[in-house]
Structure formats: C-alpha cells, structure tokens
Ligand binder design. Structure first.
Ligand code: F0G
Length: 473
C-alpha cells in the first residue's frame, strides 16, 4: 500500500486491485453542464417530471438504461449488413440463431420493443377474469395484462418490499403465495406465471436458480406455463454466478441457458441487456402459441420476420446478444452500478440493498421522510437532483404505481424510490463520481425539500406525462 501522503485509488482504499471496462472509446458525444437557474426554469417548464425535459438540457442522463446503450464497432458494422427485404431477411435468421443459442427457445417473433411482445403475449394467453401472478409488477407488463382482462397478483417474497433487507435474491417468487392463489382461483384461471429477472421495480433484484427450479415443479403439478420477462436476465444470471452456491465458476452464458430451460418462453426488451437502441422479441417453445403469436404480430407490428424493425436493427440485436452474455462485459456493467452504490452506502445515504443490476434506487421515503406519500416524495427528489446537477433520474413510487382500476384510488406502494439507471458502456467513473456528489448534496439539503401536487394526470402509465407543481411553503 502507498504511504498516507499519496492519494489512493478507490480500489486501493478497499484493499483490492481495480478492474476496468473491457472496451475503449472510439467516438464521443459532447454533453454540457447548465446553470442552476437554467435548470430550475427547465424543470418547472417540464412540470417537475424528468420525462418531459429535453435531453439537451440534461448533463448525465440516468433516466433509463433502455435504448440508451452504446453499441460496439461490431454492432455498427452489422448495421451495414442490414437486409431490408420485406420478407425473410437474413438478419432475422441470424437473430433467431442468437436467441436459440443463448436463450434456448425454439421459436422467435421479433417486435419493435418489449411492450410490443407483452401486448401479443397478453392478448393471446389472457382471458377476461384471469389472474396473472408475478414477482412484482412492471408498469407496461401489468397494463397489457389488465387491458387483456387479467388481474395481476403480486407473489414476490415479502423481503422485496423492504429496501433495507439484504436477502440475496429479493426477486424470488413466494411459492406459498402462489399456491394459495392457485387454490383460491383455480389453475384454469391462471394462464401463466409472469416471472421477471431481474425485478426492475424492486430495485433490480435477482431470482435464484433454486427458486425457478422450485417454481417449475409447482407449476408443473397444475399445468401452468412460466413466461419470463428476460429484459435483464443476463444481469440476473451474473448475480446467480456471484451469489448462489454451485455457480461460482460457471460462465454467465451457461447460467442463462439453464435458467431459461425452466421456463416456457420469454418476452424481451432488447433495449436493455441486448445492447441496442431499439428492438425486442417474443420467444417460446410451444408450436401452437408460436402460430398464434406469428399471426398476431402481422396485425400490430409487421411481418413475422421483421416485427416493426429494420433488418439492420435485427442484426445489431443478434450481435448485441452475443456481446451481452460475455462475463467481462456483465461484470463491468454491474460493477459500475456497485461502485456508485458502495459510495452512497459509505456516506450513509439510504438506498435499496443489495445493490441491483441496472440502477441505484434512492429510498425517497426515508430521505424525504417529512413528505407524505401523496405529495410524491420520489417525484420531488428526482426534480431536486436534476436542479442540483443536471443528473436525470426517474420516479419509481406512487406516481409509477398508478391507480387501482377497481377503486380509482392511488395505489400506495411500499417502495417510494428514485431510480438512477445506468446506460451500458456510456459513462465513465468520473461521471459516476459527479452523480454521487450530487446525491450527497441533495441529501444534505433534505430538510428544505417540499412536496408536489399533481396538476395533469394522463389515463395510462401516468408517470410518463403527468405534470406537477410545488406545494406552497
Ligand atoms: N419489462 C421490463 C422489466 C422493463 O424494464 C421494460 C422497460 C419493459 C418490460 C418494456 O420494454 O420499454 O422495450 O417496451 N423498461 C424501461 C425502463 C422503459 O426504463 O425501465 P420496452
């Protein structure tokens, strides 16, 4: 160790050798810092909703890890190989091969993004009056299940609703809760289990291999299929490798195949794990379901060999899938998230623990404990962070949870969070240091924070477009 007078790297301070990203930068996109006055005006004009800001007015954009990834030189080269034939594009066959090889499902239906696949699966599987159990809701997933006439039932383990609980697999399904639901409503009313890895709304928390294995055994007894939201399943598999006994030496790509083999199919937002800017798919083993999905995709997305995408997008996805499952990539991707998480924890700032795969989630309920939940503490914290430094995050609390369709009241989720999501291969450690310092500054000012009132509230997925105003002092 160097003597005290010489500054130490973060790695040395933790008594370890540092790792670095398995890439170097070939092209850059300038970003710039604005003034505090500018940002105060910008967020007011955006109705205190970071979705309504212009991206040019953002310094470090952690709104989402969706479609914000940097593609590799191989992916950019792949764009030039786009076969833009209406039918039978060679890029479709390359993508089909990549999905078969890495996820293991037989049949592939491309869609323009994840919700296109959610729409098709929900429409062909769910009948009015059905129940869809899942390990915590996701906004678009649940909405499509509801629009198809289903009722989503949360069967995630209780630990997932507690930001401070250190359970290593907080995405796990509570099999007793699922069994109770099956006994209550009957297996014939459950078209499938909606299983997500990792669980976005719980903080990017993984599902263990032991849990999916046990889930398979339980559902097999009742003939209920399992469909997987594979959007961040590679990240989930990294956590299995790191945390689950028996998986320490296994490549993530192998763990992914094993996990998927316990499920009947998946839907995918390729804008996350698969390292592209647009794209998604639905994949399954069942021939009959495939025939239905392939028929449905031509109504809503496009022919079954392009599904609303250009041939070049299919090619970028096929290459991205392969890159995303490499151990060195996934380790540095999750490692960057962990780097910010560790810093905030060292400073005593409340965040969801353990740190998840794609984002840091600030515990707004704790940080702004003086603001009641119906005054939108996480929305307010997101706006305050933007004003402090131009860092853009997203509310994941009462606004995102929306209203109960039966009663029309707000749903009051236990988790009231601000998500700082990391685009893949985009920001450096210096950017992350800036984010950490800004979170700390806002945290130190927390006593001054005020709640919000919702002015405009759209009917569907209100968090995207709702407008707010500060409550008077
Ligand atoms: N499932 C999960 C777990 C997601 O996180 C998303 C999108 C979708 C499905 C829908 O996919 O956007 O391609 O239509 N999540 C983004 C986010 C929007 O910011 O977390 P999509």
């Amino acid at each position: 160790m160097p003597p005290d007078s010489i500054p130490m790297t973060a790695g040395q301070q933790r008594g370890r050798r540092s790792w670095a990203e398995p890439w170097k930068i070939k092209m850059v996109e300038p970003i710039h810092m604005t003034t505090r006055e500018f940002r105060q005006k910008a967020i007011a004009e955006a109705g205190y909703n970071t979705f309504l800001l212009r991206s040019e007015d953002v310094y470090i954009d952690l709104l989402t890890d969706s479609g914000t990834n940097a593609m590799s030189d191989r992916q950019w080269a792949g764009l030039m190989l786009g076969d833009e034939a209406y039918a039978g594009s060679r890029n479709f066959y390359h993508l089909e091969e990549a999905v078969r090889q890495h996820y293991g499902y037989r049949h592939l239906v491309p869609t323009h993004q994840g919700r296109g696949a959610e729409h098709i699966l929900s429409q062909i599987r769910i009948k009015p009056g059905d129940y869809v159990p899942g390990n915590m809701y996701f906004t678009t997933t649940r909405l499509h299940q509801e629009l198809a006439g289903g009722t989503f039932v949360d069967v995630i383990i209780a630990e997932a609703h507690d930001p401070a609980n250190l359970h290593p697999f907080k995405g796990n399904v509570d099999l007793d809760k699922l069994q109770d639901l099956i006994e209550k409503v009957g297996a014939e009313k459950i078209p499938y289990v909606s299983l997500a890895g990792t669980v976005n709304m719980a903080g990017g928390q993984p599902v263990s291999m032991a849990n999916v294995r046990a889930l398979r055994e339980l559902t097999d007894r009742y003939g209920i299929p399992i469909y997987l939201d594979a959007t961040r399943m590679v990240e989930n598999c990294y956590f299995i490798q790191q945390r689950e006994p028996g998986y320490a030496g296994k490549p993530v790509a192998e763990i992914l195949r094993e996990f998927c083999a316990y499920t009947d199919g998946c839907w995918m937002s390729a804008k996350k794990d698969a390292l592209v800017n647009i794209g998604g798919w639905l994949a399954m083993n069942d021939q009959e379901l495939f025939d239905e999905a392939r028929n449905m995709v031509v109504v809503y997305e496009g022919l079954h060999t392009y599904g609303g995408l250009a041939g070049r997008d299919l090619e970028a996805m096929a290459i991205g899938i392969e890159e995303s499952t490499r151990d060195d990539h996934i380790r540095s991707r999750v490692g960057q998230v962990e780097y910010l998480g560790q810093m905030l924890l060292d400073w005593g700032i409340p965040i969801v623990q353990p740190v998840g795969g794609h984002a840091i989630f600030l515990d707004a309920r704790k940080i702004y404990e003086h603001i009641p939940q119906d005054q939108f503490p996480a929305q307010a914290l997101t706006a305050d962070l933007y004003v402090d430094s131009g860092v853009r995050g997203m509310e994941r609390g009462i606004v995102s949870a929306g209203r109960d369709p039966a009663t029309g009241d707000h749903r009051y989720p236990k988790l009231e969070l601000v998500r700082l999501a990391f685009p893949r291969r985009v920001y450096t450690q210096a950017h992350i240091d800036v984010v950490a310092e800004s979170v700390q500054a806002v945290y130190e000012n927390r006593a001054q924070a005020r709640g919000l009132r919702m002015g405009y509230e759209p009917k569907h997925l209100r968090f995207f477009q709702a407008r707010f105003e500060p409550l008077p002092e």
